[in-house]
Design a protein around this ligand. Structure first.
Ligand code: SF4
Length: 514
């Protein structure tokens, strides 16, 4: 009997940008008596069905974007006689779907770190339930990943988690509902231990794959103080202090490490925090800008963001304090108009963001937007369907036939929205615009790296994601595969097998620490 862990994907690029952390966490959570799991990441290469044998246990993690392929993988595994287990947000939201269409024996909801070993044991003993709830485990229980099982020459960035959960409540996001609004942070020493293990293996670029690296804003503190809520103030201060402690630890690690994370825009007013990020070598962050207008921010319950010139100034503050911004923008909000696209592209340039992504509003299950849209579709006798599949189950429609917009816009058609969004990508990632932005790094090698990575980013996320034309998608995938090879080389680093955890004096610290 072998345990398999499969990350499904319709598109394989040969090289991965970021390691799918869950694969290596569940590998670590797999009890030793079952041996090392067989790990397949289909963003690299498709699965090999013949590797699955009767009696094997196959774990498949799905989100809405890869659910259809994930269910195909599950059916293949079940036909080959394996026990099929699903996890991930989509399976948790639609357990009946994966049971009916994906050959699921078991669905695991919530965090898999702790419950995974029991699921395998129960399956093998013939006592498995159909649904397990892994709950929301505490930061101390987060399992560090088995990085020794990852192919070092296939990924650019490793990923480490320092905190789960986000206190905000954006309408298009499911994180605060699935991972909870109470941040659960991991002890700094455990995070640092995992990073040291990664640097020993030759990983230099590491994503701090948190829901929100900045879980306590200055505004949160001010509010709690105004309310005279001393317990809350103490709780927030403790959480904030933990963040600083972690960043001080990161600053003690080899200076060639480069970290990247995601953060709310509020961090831009907290220059003490930004300076600590810079000292910690957290060189970049995805910032959910979402909309350049106040009306747009109101549409998505993100009133804590800034708009217009204040937004430009706030984003520039990140850059001034040494944190490069990947600005994330959403198009298709009810208040968007034709001029929103060019105004957003212009604002992204003025704000000195190093990278940007422009996504079309998609109602993702588990979000408020999805619930509102699903309700409106239920009440609409003329609600659309494709091949008999209602649009509210759009992930079951083959990717090439899937519409690109679901929520009707008051003034623009889906094609207009898609075309305008593509134009913004083309404009922001034109050769001249990228080269001009590459000035944010000093060496020629650095500028070339910036150029290639910008192009790869655009190929992977814009051309394969927005295009409705399958020939263009295939061309984009081929191009991304080609670009990914030189790009990955830029992320190579010499292993440091002797590296110790900061502050550790004894040779014992050279033993595996994750
Ligand atoms: S979009 Fe970001 S800030 Fe908003 S709830 Fe999700 S993780 Fe939190």
């Amino acid at each position: 009997m072998r345990v398999h862990l499969i990350n499904p994907s319709d598109i394989s690029f040969g090289i991965g940008v970021i390691t799918p952390r869950w694969l290596y966490v569940l590998a670590a959570a797999t009890p030793k008596q079952y041996g090392d799991p067989v790990i397949t990441d289909e963003t690299l290469e498709p699965m090999q069905p013949e590797s699955i044998e009767p009696g094997d246990v196959v774990g498949i993690g799905i989100h809405t974007g890869n659910a259809l392929r994930g269910m195909e993988v599950g059916r293949i595994a079940r036909e080959r006689g394996a026990y099929v287990v699903y996890g991930g947000i989509h399976a948790a939201l639609f357990p009946e779907e994966v049971q009916k269409l994906g050959g699921a024996h078991v669905v695991v909801k919530g965090d898999g770190d702790v419950v995974w070993g029991k699921v395998i044991a129960d399956l093998l003993a013939g006592t498995a339930q159909t649904i397990y709830d892994g709950g929301r485990i505490s930061g101390e229980e987060f399992v560090p990943a088995r990085w020794d099982l990852a192919s070092r020459d296939r990924y650019m960035w490793a990923s480490v988690q320092t905190v789960r959960g986000c206190p905000k409540h954006c309408s298009f996001c499911s994180v605060w509902r699935t991972d909870g609004q109470k941040p659960r942070s991991r002890a700094s020493q455990k995070v640092l231990g995992e990073i040291v293990a990664l640097r020993r293996l030759g990983y230099r670029f590491i994503v701090l794959a948190d829901d929100n690296f900045y879980p306590v804003s200055l505004e949160d503190l001010r509010l709690a103080e105004r309310q005279g809520n001393t317990a809350r103030v103490a709780e927030l201060r403790a959480l904030r202090a933990e963040r600083f402690e972690l960043m001080e630890g990161l600053a003690q690690l080899p200076q060639d490490l480069v970290f990247y994370t995601q953060i709310t825009m509020e961090a831009g007013e907290d220059t003490e925090f930004l300076d600590a990020m810079r000292r910690a070598n957290i060189k970049g962050a995805l910032v959910g800008v979402e909309s350049a207008t106040e009306a747009g921010l109101k549409d998505i319950f993100k009133g804590f963001n800034l708009a217009g010139d204040n937004l430009v100034a706030r984003l520039r503050t990140f850059q001034k304090h040494g944190v490069h911004v990947l600005g994330s923008f959403i198009f298709g909000l009810p208040s968007d108009r034709e001029d929103t696209f060019s105004a957003t592209a212009e604002l992204a340039k003025r704000a000195d963001v190093s990278f940007a992504q422009f996504v079309m509003l998609t109602p993702l299950p588990g979000t408020i937007d999805f619930e509102r849209w699903e309700k409106s579709q239920r009440e609409n006798p003329e609600a659309a369907s494709i091949h008999g599949i209602p649009l509210t189950r759009y992930w079951l429609i083959p990717a090439v036939e899937r519409p690109k917009m679901y929520i009707p816009h008051p003034t623009m058609s889906p094609d207009e929205l898609r075309a305008h969004t593509q134009e913004v990508w083309d404009d922001f990632y034109s050769m001249s615009a990228i080269w001009s932005r590459s000035k944010c790094v000093s060496s020629l090698k650095g500028r070339l790296a910036f150029f290639f990575i910008s192009k790869l980013y655009r190929q992977m996320y814009a051309n394969t994601g927005i295009s409705t034309d399958s020939a263009r998608r295939q061309r984009a995938t081929r191009m991304a595969r080609l670009l990914a090879i030189p790009c990955r080389k830029l992320f190579e680093a010499k292993p440091m097998p002797e590296l110790k955890l900061p502050g550790a004096g004894s040779a014992g610290e050279l033993l595996p620490i994750v």
